[in-house]
Design a binder for this molecule. Structure first.
Ligand code: FAD
Length: 283
Protein backbone atom coordinates (compact mmCIF):
# COMPACT_ATOMS: atom_id res chain seq x y z
CA UNK A 1 0.00 0.00 0.00
CA UNK A 2 1.33 3.42 -0.90
CA UNK A 3 1.47 5.75 2.07
CA UNK A 4 2.76 8.74 0.11
CA UNK A 5 4.48 10.12 3.20
CA UNK A 6 7.06 11.86 1.05
CA UNK A 7 5.04 12.74 -1.99
CA UNK A 8 4.05 16.30 -2.81
CA UNK A 9 0.42 15.26 -2.73
CA UNK A 10 0.65 13.67 0.72
CA UNK A 11 -2.27 15.67 2.08
CA UNK A 12 -4.33 15.67 -1.09
CA UNK A 13 -7.05 13.17 -1.80
CA UNK A 14 -9.67 12.80 -4.52
CA UNK A 15 -13.33 11.94 -4.90
CA UNK A 16 -14.64 10.12 -7.96
CA UNK A 17 -18.07 8.77 -8.87
CA UNK A 18 -18.69 5.35 -10.46
CA UNK A 19 -19.74 5.15 -14.11
CA UNK A 20 -23.42 5.91 -14.65
CA UNK A 21 -23.74 3.32 -17.40
CA UNK A 22 -22.86 -0.34 -17.08
CA UNK A 23 -20.48 -0.36 -20.03
CA UNK A 24 -18.32 2.57 -18.89
CA UNK A 25 -15.96 0.75 -16.55
CA UNK A 26 -12.89 1.02 -18.79
CA UNK A 27 -13.34 4.81 -18.84
CA UNK A 28 -13.67 4.87 -15.05
CA UNK A 29 -10.56 2.69 -14.59
CA UNK A 30 -8.61 5.07 -16.80
CA UNK A 31 -9.78 8.04 -14.72
CA UNK A 32 -8.70 6.50 -11.42
CA UNK A 33 -5.43 5.26 -12.95
CA UNK A 34 -4.62 8.83 -14.00
CA UNK A 35 -5.50 10.08 -10.54
CA UNK A 36 -3.37 7.39 -8.89
CA UNK A 37 -0.31 8.67 -10.75
CA UNK A 38 -0.68 11.88 -8.73
CA UNK A 39 -0.02 9.81 -5.59
CA UNK A 40 -2.96 10.98 -3.48
CA UNK A 41 -3.33 10.04 0.15
CA UNK A 42 -6.55 8.23 -0.82
CA UNK A 43 -9.30 8.15 -3.44
CA UNK A 44 -12.93 7.99 -2.33
CA UNK A 45 -15.76 6.60 -4.44
CA UNK A 46 -19.30 7.92 -4.10
CA UNK A 47 -22.39 5.80 -3.54
CA UNK A 48 -25.69 6.20 -5.36
CA UNK A 49 -28.62 7.65 -3.44
CA UNK A 50 -30.53 5.02 -1.52
CA UNK A 51 -27.95 2.33 -2.17
CA UNK A 52 -28.24 2.19 -5.95
CA UNK A 53 -24.88 1.66 -7.66
CA UNK A 54 -23.34 0.00 -4.59
CA UNK A 55 -21.84 -2.70 -6.80
CA UNK A 56 -20.24 -0.10 -9.02
CA UNK A 57 -18.82 1.69 -5.97
CA UNK A 58 -17.24 -1.54 -4.82
CA UNK A 59 -15.89 -2.35 -8.30
CA UNK A 60 -14.16 1.01 -8.64
CA UNK A 61 -12.94 1.07 -5.04
CA UNK A 62 -11.57 -2.45 -5.49
CA UNK A 63 -9.69 -1.42 -8.62
CA UNK A 64 -8.16 1.55 -6.75
CA UNK A 65 -7.19 -0.57 -3.76
CA UNK A 66 -6.06 -3.78 -5.42
CA UNK A 67 -4.87 -2.84 -8.91
CA UNK A 68 -3.56 0.67 -8.29
CA UNK A 69 -2.37 0.10 -4.73
CA UNK A 70 -3.84 3.36 -3.50
CA UNK A 71 -5.96 3.56 -0.39
CA UNK A 72 -9.64 3.42 -1.40
CA UNK A 73 -12.51 4.83 0.64
CA UNK A 74 -15.95 3.48 -0.25
CA UNK A 75 -18.83 5.85 0.51
CA UNK A 76 -21.80 4.08 2.05
CA UNK A 77 -25.28 5.51 2.74
CA UNK A 78 -27.90 3.87 4.91
CA UNK A 79 -31.18 5.76 4.46
CA UNK A 80 -32.60 3.17 2.05
CA UNK A 81 -30.94 0.09 3.54
CA UNK A 82 -31.79 -2.59 6.02
CA UNK A 83 -29.27 -3.87 8.55
CA UNK A 84 -28.96 -7.03 6.46
CA UNK A 85 -28.19 -4.99 3.33
CA UNK A 86 -25.40 -3.22 5.19
CA UNK A 87 -23.97 -6.44 6.60
CA UNK A 88 -23.97 -7.95 3.10
CA UNK A 89 -22.23 -4.93 1.68
CA UNK A 90 -19.58 -5.15 4.39
CA UNK A 91 -18.87 -8.77 3.49
CA UNK A 92 -18.39 -7.70 -0.12
CA UNK A 93 -16.02 -4.94 0.95
CA UNK A 94 -14.03 -7.46 2.95
CA UNK A 95 -13.86 -9.81 -0.05
CA UNK A 96 -12.38 -6.93 -2.04
CA UNK A 97 -9.86 -5.89 0.67
CA UNK A 98 -11.53 -2.51 1.16
CA UNK A 99 -11.08 -1.38 4.74
CA UNK A 100 -12.16 2.25 4.70
CA UNK A 101 -15.72 3.55 4.59
CA UNK A 102 -17.18 7.05 4.58
CA UNK A 103 -20.29 6.34 6.66
CA UNK A 104 -23.21 8.51 5.58
CA UNK A 105 -26.91 8.73 6.13
CA UNK A 106 -27.69 9.83 2.57
CA UNK A 107 -30.67 11.82 1.36
CA UNK A 108 -34.17 10.45 0.98
CA UNK A 109 -34.43 8.91 -2.50
CA UNK A 110 -37.17 10.42 -4.68
CA UNK A 111 -38.93 7.07 -5.07
CA UNK A 112 -39.06 6.32 -1.32
CA UNK A 113 -42.62 6.43 0.05
CA UNK A 114 -43.48 8.15 3.34
CA UNK A 115 -44.15 4.76 4.86
CA UNK A 116 -40.75 3.42 3.84
CA UNK A 117 -39.03 6.59 5.01
CA UNK A 118 -40.79 6.67 8.37
CA UNK A 119 -39.97 3.00 9.00
CA UNK A 120 -36.36 3.07 7.85
CA UNK A 121 -33.90 1.11 9.96
CA UNK A 122 -31.17 3.78 10.01
CA UNK A 123 -32.23 7.30 11.02
CA UNK A 124 -28.82 9.01 11.13
CA UNK A 125 -25.26 8.28 10.07
CA UNK A 126 -24.54 7.51 13.72
CA UNK A 127 -26.85 4.48 13.44
CA UNK A 128 -24.77 3.20 10.54
CA UNK A 129 -21.56 3.93 12.43
CA UNK A 130 -22.88 1.94 15.40
CA UNK A 131 -23.69 -1.03 13.14
CA UNK A 132 -20.32 -0.93 11.37
CA UNK A 133 -18.47 -0.66 14.68
CA UNK A 134 -20.43 -3.58 16.10
CA UNK A 135 -20.06 -5.88 13.10
CA UNK A 136 -16.82 -4.96 11.32
CA UNK A 137 -13.26 -3.76 11.80
CA UNK A 138 -13.61 -1.13 9.08
CA UNK A 139 -11.88 2.21 9.46
CA UNK A 140 -14.62 4.84 9.40
CA UNK A 141 -14.77 8.41 8.20
CA UNK A 142 -17.71 10.80 8.51
CA UNK A 143 -19.12 13.81 6.66
CA UNK A 144 -19.25 17.32 8.10
CA UNK A 145 -20.55 20.69 6.98
CA UNK A 146 -18.68 23.99 7.46
CA UNK A 147 -21.91 25.85 6.57
CA UNK A 148 -24.01 23.35 8.59
CA UNK A 149 -26.14 20.54 7.19
CA UNK A 150 -29.37 21.88 5.69
CA UNK A 151 -31.55 20.08 8.25
CA UNK A 152 -29.59 21.21 11.31
CA UNK A 153 -31.08 23.96 13.46
CA UNK A 154 -27.67 25.54 14.00
CA UNK A 155 -24.00 24.92 13.32
CA UNK A 156 -23.52 24.22 17.04
CA UNK A 157 -26.17 21.45 16.94
CA UNK A 158 -24.61 19.98 13.81
CA UNK A 159 -21.17 19.90 15.40
CA UNK A 160 -22.55 18.16 18.49
CA UNK A 161 -23.55 15.30 16.16
CA UNK A 162 -20.15 15.44 14.50
CA UNK A 163 -18.56 14.98 17.92
CA UNK A 164 -20.85 11.98 18.51
CA UNK A 165 -19.40 10.43 15.35
CA UNK A 166 -15.86 10.95 16.64
CA UNK A 167 -16.78 9.53 20.05
CA UNK A 168 -18.15 6.43 18.29
CA UNK A 169 -14.83 5.86 16.53
CA UNK A 170 -14.83 7.90 13.32
CA UNK A 171 -11.16 8.50 12.54
CA UNK A 172 -11.41 11.41 10.09
CA UNK A 173 -13.94 13.76 8.50
CA UNK A 174 -14.42 15.07 4.98
CA UNK A 175 -16.23 18.38 4.60
CA UNK A 176 -18.94 19.43 2.23
CA UNK A 177 -17.45 21.65 -0.48
CA UNK A 178 -17.01 25.33 0.34
CA UNK A 179 -15.64 28.33 -1.55
CA UNK A 180 -14.82 30.71 1.26
CA UNK A 181 -11.93 29.66 3.48
CA UNK A 182 -13.03 32.09 6.20
CA UNK A 183 -16.09 29.88 6.72
CA UNK A 184 -13.83 26.85 7.13
CA UNK A 185 -11.56 28.64 9.65
CA UNK A 186 -14.60 29.67 11.69
CA UNK A 187 -15.83 26.05 11.53
CA UNK A 188 -12.43 24.85 12.77
CA UNK A 189 -12.76 27.17 15.77
CA UNK A 190 -16.07 25.51 16.64
CA UNK A 191 -14.72 21.99 16.13
CA UNK A 192 -11.61 22.73 18.23
CA UNK A 193 -13.80 24.12 20.98
CA UNK A 194 -16.01 21.04 21.12
CA UNK A 195 -13.00 18.70 21.03
CA UNK A 196 -12.79 17.33 17.49
CA UNK A 197 -9.23 16.02 17.34
CA UNK A 198 -9.29 13.69 14.33
CA UNK A 199 -8.21 15.04 10.90
CA UNK A 200 -10.69 17.13 8.91
CA UNK A 201 -10.17 17.00 5.15
CA UNK A 202 -11.39 20.18 3.47
CA UNK A 203 -13.60 19.46 0.44
CA UNK A 204 -12.73 21.63 -2.55
CA UNK A 205 -14.56 21.60 -5.85
CA UNK A 206 -12.97 23.38 -8.82
CA UNK A 207 -15.75 25.16 -10.71
CA UNK A 208 -14.78 24.91 -14.34
CA UNK A 209 -18.12 25.72 -15.95
CA UNK A 210 -20.97 28.09 -15.12
CA UNK A 211 -23.38 25.15 -15.37
CA UNK A 212 -21.78 23.54 -12.32
CA UNK A 213 -23.17 26.30 -10.09
CA UNK A 214 -26.70 25.30 -11.03
CA UNK A 215 -26.16 21.59 -10.52
CA UNK A 216 -23.86 20.10 -7.90
CA UNK A 217 -23.13 23.35 -6.13
CA UNK A 218 -26.69 24.45 -5.57
CA UNK A 219 -27.41 20.91 -4.33
CA UNK A 220 -24.63 21.18 -1.75
CA UNK A 221 -26.13 24.34 -0.26
CA UNK A 222 -22.70 25.99 -0.17
CA UNK A 223 -22.64 29.76 -0.41
CA UNK A 224 -20.99 31.27 -3.45
CA UNK A 225 -18.88 34.34 -2.55
CA UNK A 226 -18.82 37.48 -4.66
CA UNK A 227 -15.34 36.67 -5.95
CA UNK A 228 -16.72 33.48 -7.49
CA UNK A 229 -19.89 35.08 -8.89
CA UNK A 230 -17.67 37.78 -10.44
CA UNK A 231 -15.60 35.05 -12.14
CA UNK A 232 -18.74 33.42 -13.48
CA UNK A 233 -20.12 36.75 -14.68
CA UNK A 234 -16.83 37.50 -16.43
CA UNK A 235 -15.93 34.11 -17.89
CA UNK A 236 -19.17 32.10 -17.77
CA UNK A 237 -19.72 32.36 -21.50
CA UNK A 238 -16.15 31.50 -22.41
CA UNK A 239 -15.52 27.82 -21.60
CA UNK A 240 -11.70 28.00 -21.90
CA UNK A 241 -11.35 31.08 -19.70
CA UNK A 242 -13.89 29.75 -17.17
CA UNK A 243 -12.00 26.45 -16.97
CA UNK A 244 -8.72 28.23 -16.21
CA UNK A 245 -10.25 30.74 -13.79
CA UNK A 246 -12.04 27.94 -11.88
CA UNK A 247 -8.85 25.95 -11.46
CA UNK A 248 -6.92 29.06 -10.39
CA UNK A 249 -9.59 29.80 -7.78
CA UNK A 250 -9.32 26.27 -6.35
CA UNK A 251 -5.50 26.45 -6.31
CA UNK A 252 -5.60 29.75 -4.43
CA UNK A 253 -8.03 28.28 -1.92
CA UNK A 254 -5.88 25.18 -1.37
CA UNK A 255 -2.62 27.09 -0.99
CA UNK A 256 -4.26 29.31 1.62
CA UNK A 257 -5.63 26.26 3.47
CA UNK A 258 -2.22 24.61 3.43
CA UNK A 259 -0.58 27.77 4.79
CA UNK A 260 -3.12 27.69 7.58
CA UNK A 261 -2.31 24.11 8.55
CA UNK A 262 -5.26 22.20 7.08
CA UNK A 263 -5.15 18.45 7.86
CA UNK A 264 -5.88 17.49 4.27
CA UNK A 265 -7.60 18.68 1.11
CA UNK A 266 -10.13 16.45 -0.63
CA UNK A 267 -10.69 17.43 -4.24
CA UNK A 268 -14.09 16.76 -5.77
CA UNK A 269 -12.59 15.85 -9.15
CA UNK A 270 -15.87 15.38 -11.05
CA UNK A 271 -13.95 12.52 -12.73
CA UNK A 272 -11.62 14.98 -14.49
CA UNK A 273 -8.04 13.92 -13.76
CA UNK A 274 -6.59 16.75 -15.79
CA UNK A 275 -8.06 19.28 -13.37
CA UNK A 276 -6.65 17.34 -10.43
CA UNK A 277 -3.23 17.17 -12.12
CA UNK A 278 -3.06 20.93 -12.60
CA UNK A 279 -3.99 21.47 -8.97
CA UNK A 280 -1.41 18.98 -7.68
CA UNK A 281 1.31 20.57 -9.82
CA UNK A 282 0.46 24.05 -8.53
CA UNK A 283 0.14 23.06 -4.87
P1 FAD B 1 -26.04 12.74 9.41
O1 FAD B 1 -24.71 12.81 10.06
O2 FAD B 1 -27.00 11.70 9.91
O3 FAD B 1 -26.70 14.18 9.56
C1 FAD B 1 -27.94 14.50 8.94
C2 FAD B 1 -28.66 15.56 9.77
O4 FAD B 1 -29.11 15.00 11.00
C3 FAD B 1 -27.77 16.74 10.18
O5 FAD B 1 -28.56 17.89 10.16
C4 FAD B 1 -27.32 16.41 11.59
O6 FAD B 1 -27.05 17.58 12.36
C5 FAD B 1 -28.52 15.66 12.12
N1 FAD B 1 -28.17 14.59 13.07
C6 FAD B 1 -27.12 13.71 12.97
N2 FAD B 1 -27.13 12.84 13.98
C7 FAD B 1 -28.23 13.16 14.74
C8 FAD B 1 -28.79 12.63 15.93
N3 FAD B 1 -28.23 11.57 16.55
N4 FAD B 1 -29.90 13.19 16.43
C9 FAD B 1 -30.49 14.26 15.81
N5 FAD B 1 -29.99 14.82 14.68
C10 FAD B 1 -28.88 14.27 14.15
N6 FAD B 1 -24.66 11.24 -0.51
C11 FAD B 1 -24.83 10.12 -1.27
O7 FAD B 1 -25.96 9.71 -1.54
N7 FAD B 1 -23.74 9.43 -1.76
C12 FAD B 1 -22.45 9.81 -1.50
O8 FAD B 1 -21.50 9.17 -1.94
C13 FAD B 1 -22.24 10.99 -0.69
N8 FAD B 1 -21.00 11.41 -0.40
C14 FAD B 1 -20.83 12.51 0.41
C15 FAD B 1 -19.53 12.90 0.76
C16 FAD B 1 -19.31 14.00 1.59
C17 FAD B 1 -17.91 14.41 1.97
C18 FAD B 1 -20.43 14.75 2.07
C19 FAD B 1 -20.20 15.96 2.94
C20 FAD B 1 -21.72 14.37 1.73
C21 FAD B 1 -21.94 13.25 0.91
N9 FAD B 1 -23.23 12.81 0.56
C22 FAD B 1 -23.41 11.69 -0.22
C23 FAD B 1 -24.41 13.59 0.97
C24 FAD B 1 -25.01 13.11 2.33
O9 FAD B 1 -25.51 11.82 2.18
C25 FAD B 1 -26.10 14.11 2.72
O10 FAD B 1 -25.54 15.36 3.02
C26 FAD B 1 -27.05 13.67 3.82
O11 FAD B 1 -28.15 14.58 3.83
C27 FAD B 1 -26.48 13.67 5.23
O12 FAD B 1 -25.60 12.66 5.43
P2 FAD B 1 -24.73 12.62 6.79
O13 FAD B 1 -23.99 11.38 6.83
O14 FAD B 1 -24.00 13.88 6.99
O15 FAD B 1 -25.97 12.56 7.86
Amino acid sequence: MKTNENSASKHLSFEVFPPKKEGDFEGAYKIVSDLAKLEPEFISVTYGAGGSMSKKTIDIASYIQNELNVQAIAHMTCVGSTKEDIDKLCSELETHNIYNVLALRGDRPKDMSDEQYNNREFIYATDLIARLKEKTGLKLLGACYPEKHFEAASIEQDIIHMKEKQDMGVEAFITQLFFDNKIFYQFREYTDKIGITVPIHAGIMPVTSAKQINTSISLSGSSVPKKMTDIIAKYGNSPTDMYKAGIDYAIEQIIDLQKNGVDGVHIYTMNKPDIARQIVEAC
